[in-house]
Write a protein that binds this ligand. Structure first.
Ligand SMILES: C[S@@+](CC[C@H](N)C(=O)[O-])C[C@H]1O[C@@H](n2cnc3c(N)ncnc32)[C@H](O)[C@@H]1O
Length: 234
């Protein structure tokens, strides 16, 4: 297993650069995603919408929405979604590609929304990148109406040990090399591999949600635990 504390310390030094890093990968972000996840990200995104289960007329916040790829399935399902992200580079690519999505530039730690203004909040592959996980979870809870839903889609820990070892090798050895070719930015994808290894497992993230005041915390493993969907209520 990786040394999670050591990795976290290394990452802490880099986190100030997160927005700049996403600015640099923005142009080829979605292509790299498709290649590195072997196309599985599309199925994961559909399952996020299913887990949120938005009802007609409900308002959904997609936090750390990047180029809006995680927001588009909500629009296709007929929901009103507000994609919100810190990186101007990601937002600009998103705006060009999906001009009708109402992108907002904002920090997950200081959202420009009133208390209880959303029926549901979702964050896909974003929470791991936010500097203070507990503060972000508290801020998400503040903007969710009582009884509203949170769905976190994030890389997690594969359940089957031999598969886990294979996957860790893929993260450390293969991802930065493949991403170097697809996106011309290998260091950003070294960060991706390290940040996934430093991230809490399924039970650890569930505990963080509960500690931030979220109720009825549950999770579902996708692709053998490579990704987990955590759901909870405000
Ligand atoms: C891996 S991308 C995920 C984008 C999108 N949700 C998806 O599923 O494709 C992570 C995003 O988190 C954003 N991010 C990182 N820290 C943030 C913060 N403090 N507030 C808002 N967005 C943040 C980055 O700018 C980046 O666009």
């Amino acid at each position: 297993m990786p040394d999670r504390n050591k990795s976290r310390a290394t990452l802490a030094k880099r986190r100030g650069d997160v927005a700049a890093m996403f600015d640099r990968v923005a142009a080829r972000y979605d292509l790299a995603n498709d290649v590195l996840s072997l196309g599985q990200d599309r199925a994961w995104r559909r399952l996020v919408v299913e887990a949120v289960d938005p009802q007609p007329g409900q308002l959904v916040l997609d936090l750390a929405a990047g180029t809006g790829t995680s927001s588009e399935p909500f629009t296709r399902a007929g929901s009103q979604v507000v994609p919100t992200d810190l990186s101007m580079g990601m937002l600009e690519v998103g705006k060009r590609r999906s001009p009708r999505l109402p992108f907002v530039a904002a920090d997950a730690l200081a959202l420009p929304y009133s208390d209880a203004s959303f029926d549901a909040v979702t964050i896909s592959f974003g929470l791991r990148n936010v500097e203070d996980t507990a503060a972000a979870l508290a801020e998400m809870r503040r903007v969710t109406r009582p009884g509203g839903t949170l769905v976190v889609c994030e890389f997690s820990t594969p359940l089957f040990p031999p598969f886990r070892r294979l996957y860790e090798n893929y993260l450390v050895a293969a991802i930065p090399k493949i991403a170097g070719v697809v996106s011309s930015n290998a260091p950003a994808y070294e960060y991706l591999a390290e940040s996934i290894q430093a991230w809490p497992d399924q039970a650890g993230l569930a505990a963080a949600l509960a500690a931030a005041g979220w109720r009825d915390v549950e999770w579902r493993n996708l692709s053998g635990g490579i990704v987990a969907l955590h759901r909870a209520h405000a």
